[in-house]
Design a binder for this molecule. Sequence first.
Ligand code: FAD
Ligand code: FO1
Length: 446
Amino acid sequence: MFEGRYETLKEGASKMGPVAYWMSRDQRSRDNWALLFAQSLALERRIPLIVFFCLAPSFLGAALRQYGFMLRGLKEVEGSLAERSIPFILVKGEPPEAVPGFVKRHKVSELVTDFDPLKIKRGWRYAVASRIGIPFHMVDAHNIVPCRIASSKQEFAARTFRPRIQAKLEDFLTDFPRLRRHPHHSGIKAVFAIEETISELEIDRTVKEADWLKPGESEAQKALEGFIEKKLDKYADDRNDPTKDGQSNLSPYLHFGQISAQRVALEIIRNGAEGEGKKAFLEELIVRKELSDNFCHYNHDYDSVRGFPAWAKKTLDAHSGDRRELLFSLDELENARTYDQLWNASQMQMVKTGKMHGYMRMYWAKKILEWSGAPEAALGNAIYLNDKYELDGRDPNGYAGIAWAIGGVHDRAWAERKVTGKIRYMSYKGSRSKFDVDEYIRRWTG
Ligand code: FAD
Ligand code: FO1
């Protein structure tokens, strides 16, 4: 059942003591392969199972908006796990020290964590593995087809990745087993105080929590059901119109693992009306999303110009001396003070709500390339703003999306222009022909 989904990062003799799941990317009790795997180990050895989350004091510039969404979701996880007699413990501190400390304190005999391609997580896992003496396993609970099974190398584009992933869907797009009430008890009783935990964090509090999207597993499930019922059949037509609420809004839930992409795909396939909407949505959810993990897993320069394909680096370099009509500083960008009202509106949408429309994200990042001078500066500005304000920021989808817009990742060369070279260009005029630009501007800058 877990074949291909897990790998053992460290061998070791398991001693007495509970199995622990170090939850990190997949913050849910339902449909979680890492949790199910940890429970299967514990059941086999007839020992307790405990789940913990290591709350880092800072994480890639995350602000109150993202920490609040995450912690409120984790509070629900604590309750759902308690119903299955599985304790959930919130551990505070830097994971390289806090996780080995937890393992020692609770006499953990076997450790399981979830897969994440980001470099910071790779570093955490490496540090933890070198400081513990027990078996340590990693389970890909985020991708439907585990990242390293989908492909063993960085893929060029969706067209090269699609056939690989489709060939493996039959094996991996399966139903989930049930998480059982755990019969062996650890005696641990831990409850974390949500408001106190949030208020103690030394983070940027100027980026406020969002009020239009409620966090947690139950809300994620409701959002999915609402999308299938009301929006899926029109998705192919509506998703590229920023004046319409045509997307699923699932990305914050998917980012924090509050819903499993596999559950989303199963429900869409079973309950979604047949048609273009379903096809287009599954392409985004499966091919595009898992391609982003492929990019970040195999290309450790996913957040640097070094990670761009050779043709893109060459063309950007060739145009580095082109005269820029206008340059905007990071401060001007952040405060939406450019001449382009459409761009300003998209920046405002992101700052106010924590979720810029998907179509506008492409336009937004491409204009940052035109206005930032060097591509390195453009990439840095886009990542900084994306990760500061988006609820779904700090995600492989974000790094891949920005690298696509600015550095041609997963794309091809287009007609050559000044400044942006052969990188695909998007224009204000092009947007005007696609949707009611004035309405979008009114909505977010008015
Ligand atoms: P829907 O249209 O309902 O799609 C459903 C799901 O499919 C999404 O939740 C996502 O998991 C996946 N998906 C959709 N579009 C893409 C795509 N282009 N690439 C990969 N997966 C996709 N996504 C993030 O999750 N976090 C980010 O920080 C992020 N930043 C981006 C920055 C730029 C410059 C670009 C071009 C794209 C970025 N994306 C990011 C990808 C995409 O825009 C968002 O995933 C999508 O808009 C989220 O809204 P939704 O869940 O309502 O999407
Ligand atoms: N993961 C953790 O294990 N500990 C954290 O404290 C933590 C904070 C955090 C804040 C914002 C955010 O967007 C993500 C955060 N994550 C944290 C990681 C997250 O679960 C994802 O694994 C990665 O961002 C992308 O896959």
